[in-house]
Structure formats: C-alpha cells, structure tokens
Design a protein around this ligand. Structure first.
Ligand SMILES: [Zn+2]
Length: 493
C-alpha cells in the first residue's frame, strides 16, 4: 500500500464540519448555502418578480422559499430554450433531518422540573436522543418597526436533556430499549424553583405593563412557553422585551459539535449527515463550476441545484420536493431567452418547455447505507457500500429509487471521465426500503437517478460519514454539470 493510500484525504473535511456546525436547522443551512453562493457572485432572485430582464446568459442566480429550501442555477452562454441542445441538468437534495420541535404550547412541568413539550419530526432513531445535551435553534418572528421580521437564532448551549431510567430500575433495557414517545421524551432544562432575580421586567409574573383589555386570538407567548426560554431568545436577539417575540419555530439539536474523528480523522461524526452531506457537496460543486467561465460560455444547459425542506415527512409542503417550487422555476426559465431578443409571446413556447423537460436529467442525491461491521448480516450480499470507497448508486425494483439502465449508463460515463469510484446498493428482499425525493421529481420533471454517499447509523443523533466520499461526490457533480450538454444524446432508447 502506498503512502498516498495510507493518508486519508482531508480535503473538504474541515469545511464540511464547519458547514454542519453552522447549520443546526434547515433555515441555517439555507443561510450557509446562500453565503457560499454570494461569495461566488451568485445573485439572489425574488420569486415574486419577473425573470425576464433579470436572468442572463452566463449568469449565476439563487432563489429561496420559506427560508428552508433553495434553488441555485448557472445559465449556459449558449442557452436557448428553442434550440435542440438546451436542457436542464439538475442535482436535488434535502435540507431537513429528523429532530424534535417545540410544540405551540411547550410549557410543562413535572416533579419539580421545568420541561418543554416537543413533537417528533421524521423517523429518527429516537433512543439516541436520550442522555445527550441538547441545544435549541430555529427562527423567531419579532416585532420590528411595525412589521414582523423573521430572525435566525442558535442558542448553542447545553440547555436540555432527556434522561434515561437508571439501569437499576429496569435491567431489561440493554436487551431492548423501549420507551413511550409521549411521556418519556420530555426534555427538562431547569428546576421549578422561583428565580432569585426576576428574569425580565415584562415577564408574566408581573402585572406591570400588561394590558388585560387587549384582545388575544391565542394565548400570549409568555403563557405558552417558559419565560426562561423566552428570556434566552430576548437576550440572544437583543430585543427590548419578550413581548417583541411574536412566535417562533424552534428545534432541539445535539449540543455536541460535529467533528472529524478516527485514527486519520477520516470519519465525520455528526448529526444531520442525512442530508446536509448532499447540500454541502452540491453547493460546493456549484460554486466551483462557477469559476470555469469558458465551460459556462460554451454550455447550452442551465445547471441547477435544488435543496428542499420537508423530505423526512413526505415533501408535500410549500418548498418541498413535491411542491411547485422547482417546476415553477424551470418553467419560467423555459421562457427566458438569455442571449437574444425573441418574441416571448410565441404560442410555440409552451411546447419548448415540455421539450426541455424531456431532454433534462435529475440526479437525486441523498445519503446511502454504508455497511455496519457489527450488523453486516442485514445487508444484501454483493451490495454492501463501504465508507470512503465511492458514491453509491441506489437501485430498487419497486422504484423507491429512480435509478434505471438509462441513468446507470449516463452516470458510469461521467464517473469514468471524472475518475470517481461508484458502488451499488439494493436492500434484501425481506427488508423495507427507504425512499427519496427522486421519484417525485421524476414524475414531475423527467429522467432521474438516485445516488448518495455511504453513512452509518442513518437517522441517529450522531451518524458517521467519510471525508474521501465528499471529494468523490463533488467531482462527480462537477463532471455531471460540465458534461451533460455533450452527453444528453449519449444513451439511445
Ligand atoms: Zn435523506
């Protein structure tokens, strides 16, 4: 084995860990991705304004929806929706992960502990959330200059904990850790005693400043949530009073930072690898191809990266992969003549849109199941992806994944040119199979395949990935975007 093989690549590892730590929620992930794109000169577009006149050949743009989904794209210099060569080359991913969300009324107490009521979002391995220090992040709607303004918040302190039952009460826990999601998963954050120093002038235990005649459509924030939590938000956002908080969407996340680990720092130990891995690799590849001006100038396609919220709960929400977010953008781009003045009213344009969709291709990227050495019997023989050994093509006869012969032929060609190793994954016949945003994008837009990087412990509070696969995936995505223009006719059906 050469020295090169012994040394794990640390390319991208540190950047990825920083990205993970800055992105505890989809809202923060969109902020992180927007910053990466802004630094590369991508211009933010507003969905409510016309594209015509704002989108140009060789231009770089991004659009966000709900602050939790994003579409970025680079317009080829030779983009012309009426030409035979133009199409969309799309990479899709998702920004959300299984987490705990604060309920609209979170204020609960039991046995002298102040606790918060939470909802379970998605299909987490929830037992991994016990006995972990948890923090809180999300977005807060605050009153500011007569409007209600959304602001990001990340408390980034070990505030909450969900305690297990001591082994002395129930020795069977090691055989099977069973728990009640409603009653056993209530995080505490302090004892119930009165604070010695009053937390805030305007808090609920004071009559001062309260207007009892004012009509309230629902109970106030101080009635619905512990004032100590509201005070932390007030201090973090430097608000005058907790009454400036109109409402919020907060989630809990593990306070232990993401880190590189293992002997050669070859692993990524982190929450949210599903699927901030694909968000990071796609935005990094998108920002890198933006530097290659010559390649863009000669390109007939629009290279699109789309990262959606709500995948873990079915994607059927505004900004989700099953919404009109991406189709609307593609449809509108079909009407943009980037480099020439043509008649935009032509009745033929509607059919150009259909033709463009038919020529386009979607790479749906989500993490894959790397083989776990302690549970390898659960994996199908000859289809056990290994961490660090290449991007995984995900295949399922029942179409839970979209990969078929067409996509395989295309991606193998791109991977060969980009020198990226690929691996194959199917589940055992008796096992259920997860799914992705691939099938819903395929049915709305067109040809697709599913791939992703191998991780261990998918949906745990601390998953494991491999730094080498970041580089593999980034190189594959760059290869896809830079060559699809020439490859769209490669596979003949
Ligand atoms: Zn996923």
């Amino acid at each position: 084995m050469s020295n090169d093989n012994l040394k794990a690549s640390t390319n991208y590892g540190d950047d990825f860990v920083q990205f993970l730590n800055q992105s505890p929620t989809p809202f923060h992930a969109i902020h992180s991705m927007s910053q990466i794109l802004e630094n590369k000169g991508f211009k933010k577009l507003d969905e409510t304004l016309p594209f015509h006149g704002n989108v140009e050949a060789n231009g770089k743009y991004y659009i966000t929806r709900n602050g939790s989904s994003i579409v970025s794209f680079v317009v080829g210099g030779k983009w012309d929706p009426t030409s035979k060569e133009s199409s969309f080359s799309i990479i899709g991913s998702h920004t959300d992960s299984p987490v705990l969300k604060l309920k609209p009324v979170s204020k609960v107490s039991k046995e002298g502990f102040k606790q918060i009521a939470i909802e379970l979002y998605g299909g987490g391995i929830w037992h991994t959330w016990f006995d972990q220090p948890l923090s809180c992040a999300g977005r807060v709607f605050v009153h500011e200059n007569g409007k209600i303004q959304s602001k990001l918040i990340n408390l980034n302190i070990p505030l909450f904990k969900i305690p297990t039952l001591a082994i002395h009460f129930d020795g069977k826990q090691n055989a099977s850790f069973a728990f009640d999601k409603q009653s056993n998963m209530v995080p505490f954050f302090t004892k119930d005693s009165k604070p010695k120093v009053k937390a805030t002038k305007s808090c609920c235990d004071s009559d001062e400043g309260m207007d009892y005649d004012a009509f309230q459509s629902i109970k106030s924030m101080v009635e619905r949530h512990h004032v100590e939590i509201l005070d932390l938000i007030k201090e973090d956002l430097k608000l005058k009073s907790v009454e400036d908080i109109d409402d919020f969407e907060l989630i809990l996340y593990p306070n232990q930072p993401s880190t590189l680990g293992g002997l050669k720092k070859e692993f990524v130990f982190s929450a949210r690898l599903d699927n901030l891995t694909s968000c990071f690799t796609s935005v990094t590849a998108m920002s890198q191809i933006a530097d290659n001006k010559e390649s863009i100038a000669n390109d007939h396609t629009i290279r699109v990266s789309a990262s959606f919220d709500y995948e873990e709960v079915g994607s059927a929400q505004n900004g989700g992969a099953d919404s009109n977010f991406l189709p609307n953008i593609l449809e509108r781009l079909s009407f943009v003549y980037a480099n020439k003045e043509k008649d935009l009213e032509s009745p033929l344009l509607k059919s150009y849109e259909k033709e463009l969709f038919a020529k386009s291709f979607i790479v749906s990227s989500d993490v894959a199941h790397g083989v776990n050495p302690n549970y390898s019997e659960w994996y199908e023989n000859n289809h056990k992806p290994h961490l660090g050994e290449g991007v995984v093509l995900k295949i399922n006869a029942n179409q839970r994944y979209t990969t078929n012969g067409y996509g395989m032929a295309l991606i193998k060609k791109i991977a060969k040119e980009s020198r990226v190793p690929l691996q194959l994954f199917v589940v055992k016949n008796a096992a259920p199979c997860g799914s992705t945003i691939g099938p819903m994008l395929a049915q709305r837009i067109g040809k697709a395949l599913d791939l992703g990087n191998a991780i261990l412990s998918m949906h745990s509070i601390n998953e494991t990935g491999h730094v080498d696969d970041l580089e593999h995936q980034i190189n594959l995505f760059k290869g896809f975007w830079e060559s699809y223009d020439n490859l769209q006719d490669l596979v003949q059906l």
